[in-house]
Design a protein around this ligand. Sequence first.
Ligand code: DX5
Ligand code: ZN
Length: 222
Amino acid sequence: MNQFLIAPSIIAADFTRLADEIAAVQSAGADWLHMDIMDGHFVPTITIGPLFVEACKRASKLPLDVHLMISNPNQYLEDFAKAGADNITVHVETCLDLPQTIQKIKSLGCTAGVTLNPATPVSALDAVLPLVDLVLVMSVQPGFSGQSFMPEMIGKVEEVRNKLNALRSTAHLEVDGGISSETLPLMLNAGANVFVAGNAVFKHPQGAGEGIRVLRQCVAPA
Ligand code: DX5
Ligand code: ZN
């Protein structure tokens, strides 16, 4: 059983060799595929949608960890569930009724995650912490891969970890943005157990498989 889970962020992959890139991370031991859905409205970028998720579902055996950086996510939950999402994570900033959205994600047969922008306090999640299967802490501003890690988010991970422990929650604590062999250990120590990595994996000079291996080896086995 891996001490921590690695979820490569597919938008950093070479889309002209998508199946090869997925095969490389899969055989190197990635645990999930992280799918960054961006609508150009909640965040400035437009990336991928349900059709791309469905293609990745056909090309991979890995669970698909869908991160919705979109306005009105409720409108699209069914499309992503049908496309093959295993987990769907929504931003607290985009949901008018977060408990209802979490409930709807679960009713579609997916695990439910919630995430928050760097500027949003953890208290914004208090109402749903007992309900979620995953909390994603952003360590960059959502919208782009390849940004610099925000060390001030380490304290936020500790705060979420303490709240989840107080609830005896088994929810995953995932971090996303600027994760590398330098920053992963910091966030592991703070209480995260799932690590999204885009550039550290898919832009590794020796290829995506080596990117995974470097992250896996950056922490001595417990
Ligand atoms: C940013 C995305 C992240 C990003 C990660 O909005 O949610 O998943 O693609 O890429 P890196 O690891 O390169 O920061
Ligand atoms: Zn993401």
